[in-house]
Design a protein around this ligand. Structure first.
Ligand SMILES: CC(=O)N[C@H]1[C@@H](OP(=O)(O)OP(=O)(O)OC[C@H]2O[C@@H](n3ccc(=O)[nH]c3=O)[C@H](O)[C@@H]2O)O[C@H](CO)[C@@H](O)[C@@H]1O
Ligand SMILES: C=C(OP(=O)(O)O)C(=O)O
Length: 421
């Protein structure tokens, strides 16, 4: 297993670019199953999760061709298998996103249950209930969701989500595009990645309105066609680099990104003492050499503060002036980084779903272990300012979601290298 070796090296300074968003690319790759013609995607990030998705789609018979400027063309004209096997689904929960498209286009799907993961149990009951409301017959047996649509086509329905779910909204949105009649998704997630997916589906010929609000209306059509779409920038990767700047008292400009989708995060970084300037496609944070101030954070669905930035803010608070309370309301077990940060000398106490973080003057390097994607990111950014050497183990988690993490941090002056293992 590869490891990252990081030596704390003072303020990060310089420019990096944001890659395409993992959480937009994953549903959009799956949406190619809906189209009778080639879907070409630009700005796809080079991530393990993307490779896993391409392997999954390839096994189903989707024809994959590398296009110009690293764009990938996916042609699902000849799908041969409506089956997502456990060996791939276990690597990546987002594989559940093939369920809606397969059922909508082919009237059948056989998808392994994703199961729990380090951050929580993460059930998919709302995906299943929504598809049942659209007429699907679904049996969960032997660890698989086996679904069929009577007569081969789903029917439009009004679906109310008890809990705001991002991939649940995406699965039902994709399913609704080819259903007979109108579907209304109420209490839908409003994340920018859902808007990106809807925009791609509209380019394929889907009739969707209300994306980005909590009510999305979809008028089903008989068929969708191919299109070209560029994946939006990754707001979580962008936010992670800005936190790295704040915590090392440095200055980082992130290019090829968007400030309008990071408002809650930027507000907290400003509260922490960051001087933020934004341009058309860049965001810069400059700490002017000052230590960050601890901030209180409460995670909630978009447009509130994202759970995917929680671990990085715990790391920033760990070296900040004062005490910050970080409340996690989305996932029941998303504090696996706390123990590891404490091994680096942080003073963090857990009280139920709240991490009470008292900033210390100095962290010290230590061997630590990554347990999930954003926990890994928090350990890496903390190591950037720690005294001495930190070895982050199990970094396959970070490779799921951060493209060229060590190269980008090196560009900013970070002392980080990968050791193959
Ligand atoms: C690939 C992707 O986009 N992943 C993101 C997506 O995950 P994901 O879509 O899996 O997360 P959800 O928005 O579905 O989860 C939100 C909450 O709803 C609960 N729930 C969800 C579905 C369901 O059927 N039943 C149920 O109870 C979950 O356990 C959780 O407590 O949104 C999360 C919340 O912003 C992010 O952390 C993930 O990075
Ligand atoms: C939890 C995350 O991803 P996933 O839903 O793919 O596990 C994440 O991106 O932080």
């Amino acid at each position: 297993m590869d490891k990252l070796i990081i030596t704390g090296n003072g303020p990060l300074d310089g420019e990096v670019w944001a890659s395409g968003a993992k959480n937009s690319a994953l549903p959009i790759l799956c949406s190619s199953l809906l189209a009778q013609g080639p879907v070409t995607l630009g700005n796809l990030p080079h991530l393990q999760d993307i490779t896993t998705s391409l392997e999954l789609l390839g096994r189903m018979g989707v024809d994959l061709v590398m296009g110009d400027k690293m764009a990938i063309q996916l042609d699902a004209s000849e799908v041969t298998e409506c089956h997502a096997p456990y060996d791939l689904v276990k690597k990546m929960r987002a594989s559940i996103l093939v369920l809606g498209p397969l059922l909508a286009r082919f009237g059948k799907a056989d998808v392994s249950l994703p199961g729990g993961c380090a951050i929580g149990s993460r059930p998919v009951d709302l995906h299943i209930r929504g598809l049942q409301a659209m007429g699907a017959n679904i049996n969960v047996e032997n660890g698989y969701i086996r679904a069929t649509a009577p007569g081969g086509r789903l029917k439009g329905a009004t679906i109310f989500f008890d809990v705001v779910t991002v991939t649940g909204t995406e699965n039902l949105l994709m399913a609704a595009t080819l259903a007979e009649g109108t579907t209304v998704l109420e209490n839908a997630a409003k994340e920018p990645e859902i808007v990106d997916l809807a925009e791609c589906l509209i380019k394929m010929g889907a009739r969707i309105r209300g994306q980005g609000t909590d009510t999305i209306t979809v008028e089903g059509v008989e068929r969708l066609h191919g299109c070209y779409h560029d994946i939006m920038p990754d707001r979580i990767e962008t936010g992670t680099f800005l936190v790295a700047a704040a915590l090392t008292r440095g200055r980082v400009r992130v290019r090829r990104t968007r400030a309008d989708i990071l408002e809650a995060v930027l507000a907290k970084l400003e509260e922490a003492g960051g001087h933020i300037t934004v341009g058309e496609d860049w965001i810069e944070l400059d700490m002017k050499g000052q230590r960050p101030k601890a901030v209180n954070v409460r995670t909630a669905p978009y447009p509130a503060f994202p759970t995917d930035m929680q671990a990085q803010f715990v790391a920033m608070n760990a070296v900040a002036e004062g005490t910050g309370r970080v409340v996690e309301t989305i996932f029941e077990n998303r504090f696996m980084h706390v123990q590891e940060l404490n091994r680096m000398g942080a003073k963090i106490a857990l009280e139920g779903n709240t991490a009470v973080v008292t900033g210390v003057d100095q962290l010290s390097g230590a061997p630590v272990m990554a347990t999930d994607l954003r926990a890994s990111a928090s350990l890496v950014v903390a190591a950037m300012i720690a005294n001495g050497e930190t070895m982050v183990d199990r970094i396959y988690h970070i490779d799921r979601g951060y493209e060229c993490i060590e190269e980008k941090l090196q560009l900013l002056g970070g002392k980080i290298r990968r050791v193959p293992g």
